[in-house]
Unconditional design. Structure first.
Length: 322
């Protein structure tokens, strides 16, 4: 049996050409056909497989009129393909870096109101830059920042996730969170309703779990209702429009519906108004030295000023092409 150091030395000698040849022969079940697809000679294909088998210390193929994998070959195949896939992803990533690439993450509820128009303006100036916009919940965005899979995140603020506590805010925005109902329900309410009067007409409360910590006002509303339902913003909004429930929505998610009369904002006299604070954050301000990222962030900041109230803006010293 080989010692661990010997196995390590053998692994280091394995090359991508050997793995690619192994994979192709397994697909074609023929050294001849695989060599033709790889544009190499059959002798070269045989030499690569012999070298790989020597490195691994096991036979990978049963040679014959039809080439088949040995049990060891079948066991090793998914690992070889995983290595080949990772190598391909690495090459693609390097090509993207050569062209330019930006990766950010945002709360789902803010992708459309903050990023869509900002991205259109950004790509007018940077047509060859790859842009990746990930969406998710707070914990998912924090994890992406922690793994450095993204350079900038848009999340609830302050961040309470213990996975990452050293985030630097670039801009902090406060957004209203109105309580909304369908117009046919609002028409039956008095001018200054109590929450009990509202719940008499709409017993179902719609909960949207995008808070880090649910405010007491929202929690109390759920407790008082006879029934509640927890939904993502899209289907939750449609439920409210149909008059099947009421709930607290971030203003950007329902502003068009309120303007069009599909939803009505109500203000029960015994319920305090709510708001949500969000921030554009980075792991280190040094990433803003990338001109294209700084430009994209500044475009998003312009949308923040339209969506909510900017409480803190530290982008004054960040250069922008705009």
């Amino acid at each position: 049996m080989l010692g661990s150091s010997a196995c390590h030395r053998r692994t280091l000698q394995m090359d991508i050409d050997q793995l690619r040849t192994f994979d192709q022969i397994a697909r074609d079940q023929s050294f001849t056909r695989a060599a033709a697809r790889l544009n190499i000679t059959q002798a070269t294909a045989s030499m690569r497989i012999r070298a790989l088998e020597q490195l691994l210390g096991v036979p990978l193929f049963v040679r014959g009129r039809q080439v088949t994998l040995t049990d060891q070959g079948m066991t090793f195949l998914p690992f070889a393909r995983r290595i080949l896939g990772t190598a391909q992803e690495g090459r693609e990533a390097l090509r993207r870096v050569e062209r330019g690439r930006i990766a950010i993450a945002s709360l789902r509820s803010l992708v459309s109101p903050l990023i869509t128009e900002a991205l259109l303006r950004f790509q007018e100036r940077y047509r060859d830059v790859d842009v990746v916009v990930n969406e998710g919940r707070q914990a998912q965005i924090v994890a992406m920042l922690h793994d450095r899979a993204v350079e900038m995140g848009i999340l609830c603020w302050p961040n309470l996730d213990p996975l990452l506590v050293d985030l630097e805010p670039l801009l902090v925005m406060r957004e209203r969170v109105p309580l909304v109902v369908a117009p046919q329900i609002a028409a039956r309410l008095p001018a200054r309703p109590t929450i009990e009067e509202v719940l008499d007409l709409v017993p179902r409360v719609i909960s949207l779990r995008w808070w880090q910590v649910e405010p007491e006002t929202a929690a109390a509303l759920t407790r008082m209702a006879r029934t509640s339902v927890e939904l993502p913003t899209g289907p939750a909004r449609r439920l409210a429009v149909k008059g099947e429930g009421l709930g607290f929505f971030v203003n950007s998610a329902v502003a068009d519906d309120i303007a069009a009369g599909r939803l009505v904002e109500i203000a029960p006299v015994d319920f305090a108004p709510l708001h949500r604070d969000t921030a554009m954050v980075v792991r280190s301000a040094a990433v803003m030295e990338r001109r294209m990222l700084a430009d994209f962030v500044n475009e998003i900041a312009r949308e923040c000023a339209k969506v909510g109230e900017v409480l803190d803006n530290r982008l004054a010293g960040v250069p922008s092409a705009a």
